[in-house]
Write a protein that binds this ligand. Sequence first.
Ligand code: ADP
Length: 417
Amino acid sequence: MERWAIAPVTINTPMKILVLNAGSSSQKSCLYELIGATLPEHPPKPLWEAQIDWTHQELKVKTAQGNVIKETLPSSSRADGTAQMLATLWNGKTQVIENPGEINIVGHRVVHGGEEYRQSTFVTKEVKDAIAHLSIFAPVHNPANLEGIAAIEKILPTVPQVVVFDTAFHATLPPAAFVYPGPYEWLEMGIRRYGFHGISHQYCAQRAAQILGKDLNRLRIITCHLGNGCSLAAVREGRSIDTTMGFTPLEGLMMGSRSGSIDPGILIHLLRQPDYTVDKLDDILNRQSGLKGVSGVSNDMRQIGEAMANGSDRAQLAFDIFIHRLRSSIGAMLASLGGLDALIFTAGIGENAYEVRAGACEAFGFLGLKLDLEQNQEKLSEDRDIATPDSKVRVLVIHTQEDWAIAQECWQLAHSS
Ligand code: ADP
């Protein structure tokens, strides 16, 4: 393996930050170039963006200049696929750097940081061991994150790597919010509420303060991350004090194909049936439930909307449950906050499905929250406040920028070390 010299990080030279975001069935990646001694106020456009769909073994790459490639990966090896993806940074039509040595730092999204990791950190052997150990809590995601770290170590053995944890933002939950009311031994076994989507919730809370021109420390915010996975966070003084996901990303809201919270008695009942195994239950709760399970149509909110328009009662029921549970959980976050200054919608559904935003907001008119129904229905390609001027609660649509949030963490760690 050829070794490249790593460009030193100094305060005024451009800094190239590679971000890797590994999911169960995809690997997303992008390269940012930051110039200057301070972070830009708005997310810059990445120089290069790539995505691997492991299910279809497909790699897509696009650059800021508009060059695009779409390739089929020759093997299902994740290490080979990641190496092929990274090589498009310095080879071929999508080349944006001369050689890998131009990359100053690499940031990874890691789903589970457990109790130990309350903030982003540089990768060391100890950190890797901890991520591996925490795989028992995140069996799909944490191993994928480790593969990404290993792929970079092979290609860029001396480049500093940073891990940014999806659980870290929720490290400030108070015990009453994170301890389950089971036997106390559960807590000693690590069975507690961790919360997820923290990178997105934190980014949205900070961005909300920026848009509103207010001090984050004086705001009470509920962030609604509604994508394939859905969760809420109650943010006070910039800290997460409550959230809907728990020990795993299965708790809380109804999701695309995940049930969210259900009576645990159902699990006991089903496991007593002769044809129910633990694996079958796992598949049902994670992949055959939620919008998909109820509607029988799809896990995709767009298709639920189409089916509703075509008169599907089950799609309508799935939508109604989604809204009912979203409202209930917003109510729960509201109680934890003791008031509300801003309600934030983000991710695929939150940014696009105006019917969901309208359905959720309708229940909170008693707070003086007034949604501007016309603005709500416009295509919101920019972050925007869609409450009426006299609304007592601001309602914001924010395009979540998890990769940018990871890049910022890298920048900050690089400049503080
Ligand atoms: P992930 O959690 O996989 O990152 P996304 O944030 O991309 O997911 O969100 C996916 C969800 O967003 C899907 O339910 C999809 O239907 C929904 N979505 C995306 N675009 C729209 C749209 N224009 N209208 C309604 N829903 C949308």
